[in-house]
Design a binder for this molecule. Structure first.
Ligand SMILES: [Ca+2]
Length: 375
C-alpha cells in the first residue's frame, strides 16, 4: 500500500525511503536524462513523424448529452508519445513507458467535461454515507514486530519546503497528514467551503470506482482518456496543440517558479484551481492537462505498449493489461493516471503532455489526484 509506505518511510522504517524516493522522483520529477542536442525545428518534425492522423469514426451521439458530459465520437489514433526531450520546453523525461506509439481504435463514449468537483462528490457522500479510503484507519505490518500498527486516517499532502537539501528526496515536499481527506484536502485546518467548484482530491482509485457505480458511469480506459485528450489533433504534445504557451498564454494550471519551493501562479493559480478555468480542447473537454491527475480504469504496466503492436492493425478498445507491473516497485499493483497536475513543470515532470502516463497504488490519495468519468 503506497500510503503505508509513505507512513513507514516518514516515521517508522528509514531505509524504505529510498525505494519510495525512486517512485515519486520518477513520477514527479522525471528521470534526469539529458536530451540529445538537435535543432527544435527538426526535433518537432521527428516528433510529428511518430504519429499518424487521428481518424474520427463519425459515430453519432446516441441521444441527448447527459448533464455535464460531451460526446467523444471515437475513431482511430496514434497512442503514446515520442521522446519529447528535444521539443521546446520538452522536459528531461524520455517517457519510455508510453512507447511504441501505436494505432488504437476506440468506440464513441460520453465523457465528463470537467473532473468531478467537490460539489459532485458531496452529493454522492450525502446520498450514500460513503467514507473514502483516507477517512478510514488501517493497519500496517511493521518489520520486526508481531502486531500490526494501526494508522489513523489521513493522506498525502504537498508542502512548500523553505529549502531543499536533496532535490531527489520527495519527502521534503510530500508529507503524511493525519486528518487530510477530501473535505480537508491539506489537513484538518483546511476545508472546501469556498471550493465546491474545485476538483475533488484526496480520492483513491477505489473511491472513484465507488462514485462511478453510484453515478451510473465508469472510469475511462487509458485509450479513451488519451483519445479524448487529443481533441481530434494528432502528433501534438499538448491537448491544445504544439506549444506549451502559445502566444504567451498559459493553457492549463501547471507550476511556474522554482519547484518545490515557490509556486508563482503565473498561469493565474498558485495551487489547485477551480475546474474549467482555461479553454476547452477540440472535443469541449476542460483540464485535460494540469490541475489534477485523473485516475483511469487500466492497470499500469510499464512495457504494455510493446505487446500491443501486431501486424500494423489498430488494437480495438484496449482495456489495459491483465496485471500491473512497475519495474521501479515490482511488488506493488498500480492503476494508471493521466493528465499531470498543478505541480507539473518543464523543470521536472512534464506529464501534462498528452500521451504521457502516470501511475499510483489504488488505495493512495493526495491533494493533486482526482478523476472524471465516462459512460
Ligand atoms: Ca499554477
Amino acid at each position: 500500500m503506497f500510503i503505508t509506505e509513505i507512513r513507514l518511510a516518514l516515521d517508522l522504517v528509514v531505509p524504505k525511503a529510498f525505494r519510495m524516493r525512486q517512485i515519486l522522483a520518477t513520477l514527479m520529477l522525471g528521470s534526469a536524462m539529458l536530451a540529445p542536442n538537435v535543432s527544435h525545428a527538426s526535433a518537432i518534425e521527428d516528433f510529428r513523424a511518430a504519429f499518424q492522423a487521428t481518424e474520427p469514426s463519425g459515430q453519432e451521439a446516441p441521444g441527448e448529452a447527459p448533464e455535464g458530459m460531451v460526446w467523444i465520437p471515437g475513431g482511430t489514433f496514434s497512442m503514446g508519445i515520442a521522446d519529447p526531450r528535444t521539443l521546446p520546453r520538452g522536459g528531461s523525461d524520455p517517457m519510455p513507458d508510453a512507447r511504441p506509439v501505436h494505432r488504437v481504435q476506440v468506440d464513441g463514449f460520453w465523457m465528463d467535461t470537467t473532473p468531478v468537483t467537490n460539489a459532485d462528490f458531496a452529493k454522492f457522500v450525502e446520498a450514500t454515507g460513503y467514507r473514502t479510503v483516507a477517512e478510514r484507519a488501517f493497519e500496517v505490518e511493521v518489520p520486526g514486530q508481531d502486531e500490526p500498527r494501526v494508522v489513523d486516517p489521513g493522506s498525502i499532502v504537498f508542502h512548500h519546503p523553505d529549502r531543499v537539501a536533496n532535490p531527489h528526496d520527495f519527502t521534503q515536499w510530500w508529507k503524511w497528514v493525519t486528518g487530510a481527506n477530501w473535505r480537508h484536502p491539506e489537513g484538518p485546518d483546511s476545508n472546501i467551503e469556498n471550493r465546491m467548484d474545485y476538483p475533488v482530491v484526496q480520492v483513491a482509485w477505489d473511491d472513484a470506482v465507488a462514485y462511478a457505480e453510484w453515478a451510473g458511469k465508469r472510469l475511462p480506459t487509458e485509450a479513451e482518456w488519451e483519445f479524448a485528450a487529443r481533441g481530434g489533433l494528432s502528433g501534438k504534445p499538448y491537448p491544445w496543440g504544439m506549444e506549451l504557451k502559445p502566444e504567451g498564454q498559459w493553457q492549463a494550471n501547471t507550476w511556474q517558479g522554482t519547484f518545490p519551493q515557490e509556486d508563482t501562479g503565473e498561469d493565474g493559480f498558485a495551487g489547485l484551481a477551480p475546474v474549467a478555468q482555461f479553454a476547452p480542447n477540440g472535443y469541449g473537454l476542460y483540464d485535460m492537462g494540469g490541475n489534477v491527475w485523473e485516475w483511469c480504469a487500466d492497470w499500469y504496466s510499464y512495457g504494455h505498449y510493446g505487446v500491443r503492436v501486431h501486424d500494423g492493425e489498430p488494437i480495438v478498445n484496449p482495456q489495459g493489461p491483465d496485471r500491473s507491473f512497475d519495474p521501479q516497485e515490482p511488488g506493488v499493483k498500480k492503476r494508471s493516471t493521466r493528465g499531470g497536475s498543478f505541480l507539473c513543470t518543464d523543470q521536472y515532470c512534464t506529464r501534462y503532455m498528452v500521451g504521457t502516463r502516470g501511475k499510483n497504488e489504488p488505495s493512495s490519495s493526495a491533494n493533486h489526484i482526482g478523476f472524471r468519468l465516462v459512460k
